[in-house]
Design a protein around this ligand. Structure first.
Ligand code: CU
Length: 181
């Protein structure tokens, strides 16, 4: 579970930068809320798969919780680690899962939306350099109402990555859920 320890540390850092005291207590406390927090959007566990070489594509997964009173949507992601960053989903095309770019990802009020292997994800097209396990990189998310928020994405190793194939359904074990709710 070393990746988990690393991720927890980095997540705490990211949470600290957002002025939050921990994701369990965000809604009721957060006395020094950042603008992102004031708008009730919380990003949980952002992570990316390690990539073996350069000139490749990467994928970012995370969970977005909307504790605001407004339906929101993720409309874009920005960063310098890749030439192009898109929002993607997977759709079944006959027997084959394929990726499709989507213009936005709805985050309804009061709900959490999980970007995860085999489903919605943020696509990093043409990485500037490989994503190394244990490292992290900044990413900016843009939401229609909440605006832009910066996060740190943790790079995890992936035993199941086989070359370019991220179009097949993932057999990843479910992520541990650190907060027991
Ligand atoms: Cu994709």
């Amino acid at each position: 579970m070393t990746w988990f320890t690393r991720m927890s540390t980095a997540l705490l850092l990211a949470v600290g930068m957002m002025g939050l005291s921990g994701c369990e207590t965000v809604a009721s406390t957060a006395p020094l809320a950042s603008s992102a927090d004031a708008k009730g959007i919380i990003i949980h566990r952002p992570w990316a798969r390690a990539t073996p070489g350069s000139g490749q594509n990467g994928v970012v997964f995370l969970t977005i919780t909307n504790r605001s009173d407004l339906d929101d949507r993720l409309v874009a992601a920005y960063g310098t680690m890749a030439q192009t960053i898109e929002l993607h989903t997977h759709v079944l095309d006959g027997p084959v899962m394929k990726m499709r770019a989507v213009p936005y990802i709805d985050i309804p009020k009061g709900q959490s939306v999980e970007l995860r292997p085999g489903g919605l994800h943020i696509m990093l097209i043409q990485l500037q350099s490989p994503l190394k396990e244990g490292s992290s990189f900044p990413l900016t998310l843009e939401l229609a109402h909440a605006g832009r928020m910066s996060i740190d994405v943790i790079v995890k190793g992936s035993a199941i990555t086989n070359g370019q194939d991220h179009t097949t359904p993932s057999r990843d074990a479910p992520l541990p859920h650190p907060h027991g709710h």
